[in-house]
Design a binder for this molecule. Structure first.
Ligand code: UDP
Ligand code: MG
Length: 211
C-alpha cells in the first residue's frame, strides 16, 4: 500500500517536471525571433534570460539594478544567483497559473560555466533539459543584425562597442557550453544565417521530430 502510494507520487512528480529547451547562439542569431514562432506553434512558454534581467533592472528599486545594467552594457554575464532566481520564479509563476504549461524555452542561458553550475545546483533535479537549440550564425551577420535592431530597440547594448564585447563573451564563454552539450548529443543545430521564415522551416523539423 505504502509502496504503491509512493509509486503514484513519484509518477505524478515526474509528470510535473517541466521540460526545458535551452536556446543558444550569438547575439542577434535569431533566438528571440524564433522563440516567438515556436511558442505560437508548439505551446511552449518563452523565457528570455536577457529580458528577465532587463525587467529586473527596470524595476529600479532592486539592489541589483545597477549591477545588471553595467554587466549588460559591458557584455558580461551576470552572476548566476541573480539569473537563476528570475528563471525559477518565472517558471513557478507560469505553472502555478496553469499546471499544464510545463514546456519552457529558456533563451540566452546558460552562457558560461557559472550559469551551468547554477542551473545544475538549483534546477537539474527540478527540470528536464530535453535539448539545446543552437542558432549558428557568423559574427559578422550577428553584428550587422544587432546594429540594425539598435536603431529602434532602445537597448543599451546594441551598439558597436558593446557588441564587440558581447561577441567576445560569446566566443570565450558560451561556445564551450554549446560544445559540452554537443558531446552529450544534446545539440540541435540550425543555420541561423537565413531569413527568419527559412530558419523556422528547419526549426519545425526539429520540434516535429522531438515531440
Ligand atoms: N545576460 C546575462 N545572463 C543571461 C542572459 C543575459 O548576464 O543568462 C546579459 C548579458 O550581459 C547579455 C545581455 O544580458 O549580453 C543580453 O542578453 P540577451 O540574451 O537579451 O541578448 P541577445 O543574445 O538575445 O542579443
Ligand atoms: Mg534575445
Amino acid at each position: 500500500m505504502v509502496i504503491s502510494c509512493w509509486g503514484a507520487l513519484v509518477r505524478k512528480l515526474m509528470m510535473m517536471k517541466p521540460k526545458v529547451v535551452f536556446v543558444l547562439g550569438g547575439p542577434g542569431a535569431g533566438k528571440g525571433t524564433q522563440c516567438v514562432k515556436i511558442v505560437k506553434q508548439y505551446g511552449y512558454t518563452h523565457l528570455s534570460a536577457g529580458d528577465l534581467l532587463r525587467a529586473e533592472r527596470n524595476k529600479g528599486a532592486t539592489e541589483y539594478g545597477e549591477l545588471i545594467d553595467n554587466h549588460i552594457k559591458e557584455g558580461k554575464i551576470v552572476p548566476v544567483e541573480i539569473t537563476i532566481n528570475l528563471i525559477k520564479r518565472a517558471m513557478e509563476e507560469t505553472m502555478n497559473q496553469d499546471a499544464t504549461k510545463d514546456k519552457f524555452l529558456i533563451d540566452g542561458f546558460p552562457r558560461n560555466t557559472d550559469n551551468l553550475e547554477g542551473w545544475n545546483k538549483n534546477m537539474d533535479t527540478n527540470a528536464d533539459v530535453k535539448f539545446v537549440l543552437f542558432f549558428d550564425c557568423s559574427n559578422e551577420i550577428c553584428i550587422e543584425r544587432c546594429l540594425e535592431r539598435g536603431k529602434g530597440s532602445g537597448r543599451t547594448d546594441d551598439n558597436i562597442s558593446s557588441l564587440e564585447k558581447r561577441i567576445q563573451t560569446y566566443m570565450q564563454s558560451t561556445k564551450p557550453i554549446i560544445e559540452l552539450y554537443e558531446k552529450q548529443g544534446k545539440v540541435r543545430r540550425v543555420d541561423g544565417a537565413k531569413s527568419a521564415d527559412e530558419v523556422f522551416v528547419d526549426v519545425q523539423k526539429i520540434f516535429n521530430a522531438e515531440n
